[in-house]
Design a protein around this ligand. Structure first.
Ligand code: NAD
Length: 471
């Protein structure tokens, strides 16, 4: 398998020109009506559905990902967000009247939603289509002009994105800028009005520092280690089915994948057995080796392959029990589904975001230990809890903090566009999806109106002497 890396194929002068074109057009897109923006979203929806096989092909070339998985995680999930935005945009754009305090009687106040202006979207490689296009939906919905810098690593999908946007929109409305770090750095030097970045916390800091130079606002959709807490009374077959799906979809290269499990020490063996059963049911139903399964995709690059291999070998060397369902294959960038028990804090697998098909299983004797462990780490993007007792599950929420949480489920909170999606601090700043996405790309402008010759605040005009006795 080969991954072709795109070189910076825009000369750096071109980045400035692209930015100026987009900036000069903002006064036009700002004035567009809901109907006009919905039309742009409909064009996008139609193009995506018409080009479904092309998108599947590009993502297959990048990851060997099953076309049905591409449909569910990249194409239909994006189309779902477009349809939701089209249905709700008129209501989102509608100015919101607010109350008037007694002291300001006679005035009227409302909030209007204007576009932030010219915005930059920087996206990662792991869901290369969905993560570039989902923020674009809200950027267009809010009336902005947009530059998109997709990942240079998922190059086949990035090339498709460039063609798609060129076919759909004029250069001064939306423009894809292909390239790597150099291009991204040049883009970050421009005075954008907002930056929407999806990627690692490490690069999130680079983006935020660059944004600070212009006091540009940011939405940062970052990553980290998302824990899954399993209570003692959990139905382990149900938990294993859901965790196997959430962990090994896209071979773990998912920002909200369950990174590690925390389980009662008496339940580990039963849980491991259930996970092994489900792994075989999903990826080896006829007993064939998992490597030959059409439903299990590949690691994006050889660099990430070796990073994950080292994680497993490091854990084994430091005394963990490693259960690998097959062998490594660097040629294929294949890493089998792997469970690791007896983990300790010295192991890389418990320190870094895994972003691969490896599930460490850590034990607790008392549930408080699980909360203390989670709270000793950065606030996660997602936290999952499995159990039967409502009160115990409520305690998980009360005792921890996370960007989002599913109870007796994993990942699927991202599929409800009426829920905000995003992290907290190290796992992200700002929210996306649905109305939260629209607001993220909008300036909520305060408007207060009075009539000529009227004011309720005359009594507090200077000179202040007359006020002294009344306050
Ligand atoms: P990354 O941070 O390495 O790269 C993301 C983007 O930033 C790419 O377009 C890349 O070209 C650009 N970039 C890289 N280095 C840069 C630099 N020095 N200056 C400017 N731009 C630079 O992330 P990745 O490896 O592509 O993706 C994996 C990470 O993304 C994981 O941490 C994962 O959890 C996170 N992620 C988060 C979400 C979310 O919605 N919260 C979704 C997907 C992935």
């Amino acid at each position: 398998m080969e991954t072709e890396i795109i070189q910076s194929d825009y000369n750096l002068k071109n980045v400035e020109d692209i930015f100026i074109h987009l900036k000069n057009n903002i006064s036009n897109t700002k004035k567009t009506t809901a109907k006009e923006r919905i039309k742009k979203l409909s064009q996008l929806e139609k193009y995506i559905l018409d080009h479904r096989p092309k998108i599947q092909e590009a993502i297959y070339k990048d990851f060997k990902k099953n076309p049905i998985e591409v449909d569910t995680t990249e194409i239909l999930s994006t189309v779902g967000l477009i349809r939701h935005a089209k249905k709700n945009l008129k209501a989102w754009m509608k100015p919101k009247r607010v109350g008037t305090p007694l002291s300001m009687l006679g005035t009227g106040s409302k909030i209007i939603y204007e576009p932030k202006g010219v915005v930059l979207i920087i996206s990662p490689w792991n869901y290369p289509f969905y993560l570039a296009i989902s923020p674009l939906i809200y950027a267009i919905a809010a009336g902005n002009t947009v530059a998109i810098k997709p990942s240079e690593i998922s190059s086949h999908t990035s090339n498709f994105l460039e063609t798609m946007i060129d076919d759909l929109y004029p250069d001064n409305e939306v423009k894809v800028v292909l390239g790597g770090v150099e291009t991204s750095t040049k883009l970050l030097e421009q005075k954008f009005n907002h930056i929407f970045f999806t990627g690692s916390p490490q690069i999130g800091k680079v983006v935020m520092s660059a944004a600070a130079k212009h006091l540009t606002s940011v939405t940062l959709e970052l990553g980290g280690k998302s824990p899954t807490v399993i209570m003692e009374d959990t139905d382990l077959k149900d938990a294993a089915d859901k965790i196997t799906w959430g962990k090994f979809i896209n071979v773990g290269q998912t920002c909200v994948a369950p990174d590690y499990v925390l389980i009662h020490k008496n339940k580990v063996q039963e849980f491991v057995d259930q996970m092994q059963n489900t792994i075989n049911e999903f990826y080896s139903p006829d007993g064939e080796v998992i490597k030959h399964s059409k439903d299990y995709c590949r690691i994006i690059s050889i660099k990430h392959f070796y990073r994950l291999k080292e994680m497993i070998e490091d854990a084994a060397e430091k005394g963990a029990t490693v259960i690998m369902n097959g062998e490594f294959d660097p040629e294929e960038r294949y890493i089998p589904p792997t469970l690791i028990t007896n983990v300790t804090e010295e192991m890389i697998v418990m320190q870094e975001e895994i972003f691969g098909p490896i599930l460490p299983i850590k034990t607790y004797s008392d549930i408080q230990e699980a909360y203390d462990y989670i709270n000793s780490k950065e606030k996660p993007l997602a936290l999952y809890a499995f159990g039967n007792k409502k009160k115990e599950l409520q305690k998980v929420i009360k005792n921890t903090s996370a960007g989002g949480t599913c109870i007796n489920e994993v990942i699927v909170h991202i599929n409800n566009p009426d829920l905000p999606f995003g992290g907290v601090n190290n796992s992200g700043i700002g929210k996306s999806h649905g109305k939260f996405g629209f607001i993220g790309f909008s300036n909520e402008r305060a408007i207060l109106k009075n009539r000529v010759g009227m004011t309720g605040i005359k009594p507090i005009y200077p000179p202040y002497g007359k006020l002294a006795s009344k306050l």
